[in-house]
Design a binder for this molecule. Structure first.
Ligand code: FE2
Length: 412
């Protein structure tokens, strides 16, 4: 057997030592002591070798736009939406593409090899959709970029939004999106969930809704989403993003809701960086954290992922494409500090989002040859230290290398 690439001596997430052998774009062996010759060898001795980091909820049409045309003074979701409306009216297609590609280069350097990005289809000029379709094509050899047809201003609230969703899907956007909590009434939100699920069922697509991104304990569109998922037979193809109202809901109601979400196999995507700054803005004290109930959803068997949502845009002023930073914030906000829970947080930015996006990533024979070598020994240190991504391999090709900074201190 002659190999194209071998990653030698690395440590897998379970602590076992193994070499990873690659032929073409496929992993062909994961075992210790592989002796077959390889065209390229990467020494990963004592370093964590993991499947790629994944960001399954992002807004690439807005990324890196912070400050244009102004900043979000209140820090709220609603001012962010207004500000985005101002930017949407003035930004060019070229500007969106340039920012997105700049972000993608940063993301690859951070070990992100798959991104699900919502794209606002309510831009009357359709620039956002055209720009991100171009970006998806330009990065496809390295990044799996899934696009969600997202009617930011509301499926029914924004005139022509439903037609824009359909036009976007016809143009090649992958997934049906929505934002039911932004509709004018609870009933309109309910109807928007139904419309999204019906459209996805008709076209054989997945659904990923911004759902209940509010502190309102009575915002309960996730209940409708789960029920409609069952009614339309969409089990395993639907994700609810944010779900922050679950943080504020009555516990008795949640004891009925979570089993419904689990039964419908609706995945939950929490966005800890964005939601720890967006939620609780109307509170004095105590201030609610606002992230959805991650440990409880996991305990019920729901597939949960942590995602980034925003990087330097109208909603979030920070961000560097670092999913380990996202995992660390999720760990804090959800109180997931027990050793097993910290390991789970790593899973929520690697394996779980791959499952949600339907990607054949993993460190096993037959999986795609996409992986990351981190400058640490285990998943908890990865979250603790956010170490350098020593090597990033996408589809059998080394696409990024980083030489870690080393600090020397004087005697103390
Ligand atoms: Fe979002």
């Amino acid at each position: 057997m002659s190999l194209d690439l071998i990653v030698k001596g690395g440590l897998l997430v379970d602590g076992t030592e193994a070499d990873v052998a690659i032929t073409g774009q496929t992993i062909v062996a994961v075992e210790p002591g592989i002796t077959a010759p390889a065209a390229q060898v990467i020494d990963a001795t004592g370093r964590l070798v993991t499947q790629p980091l994944i960001d399954c909820h992002f807004h690439m049409d807005a990324t890196l736009s912070y400050g244009r045309p102004r900043v979000n003074a209140s820090g709220t979701l609603l001012e962010g939406i207004r500000l985005w409306g101002e930017l949407k009216a003035i930004q060019t297609r070229e500007e969106i593409v340039e920012r997105a590609l700049r972000y993608c280069r940063m993301a690859v350097g951070q070990g992100i090899l798959a991104i699900r990005s919502h794209v606002d289809v309510t831009d009357p000029n359709f620039r956002t959709v055209e720009a991100l379709l171009e970006v998806r094509d330009r990065v496809k050899e390295v990044i799996d970029l899934q696009l969600v047809a997202f009617p930011q201003d509301g499926w029914f609230r924004a005139p022509g939004a439903e037609a824009a969703v359909i036009r976007s899907l016809d143009a090649g956007v992958d997934i049906v999106g929505g934002i039911p909590h932004f509709e004018r009434t609870m009933q309109a939100g309910h109807d928007a969930v139904t419309a999204a699920c019906r459209l996805a069922a008709d076209r054989g697509l997945m659904v990923d809704l911004h759902c209940d991104e509010t502190d309102d304990p009575l915002s309960r569109h996730v209940e409708v989403l789960a029920a409609e998922t069952l009614r339309f037979g969409l089990q395993g193809r639907v994700a609810g993003s944010h779900l922050t109202s679950m943080h504020s809901m009555d516990n008795y109601y949640v004891s009925k809701l979570i089993p419904l979400i689990a039964e419908a196999r609706v995945a939950a995507i929490a966005n800890p960086l964005a939601n720890i700054v967006l939620q609780g803005r109307h509170d004095s004290y105590p201030k609610r954290r606002g992230m959805t109930r991650v440990p409880e959803l996991l305990a019920a068997g729901v597939t949960v992922a942590f995602a980034q949502d925003s990087t330097r845009d109208p909603w979030y002023p920070l961000g560097s494409g670092d999913m380990l930073e996202v995992a660390q914030m999720g760990l804090h906000v959800a109180h997931m500090t027990a050793p097993a829970a910290m390991r789970t947080c790593f899973d929520l930015v690697t394996r779980a989002p791959a499952e949600i996006m339907g990607l054949n990533f993993g460190l096993a024979p037959g999986c795609r040859a996409s992986l990351v070598v981190l400058d640490c020994a285990d998943p908890v240190d990865a979250i603790r230290l956010s170490p350098a991504r020593l090597a990033v391999i996408s589809n059998g090709r080394v696409v990024a290398r980083t030489t870690p900074a080393r600090t020397e201190t004087s005697d103390i």
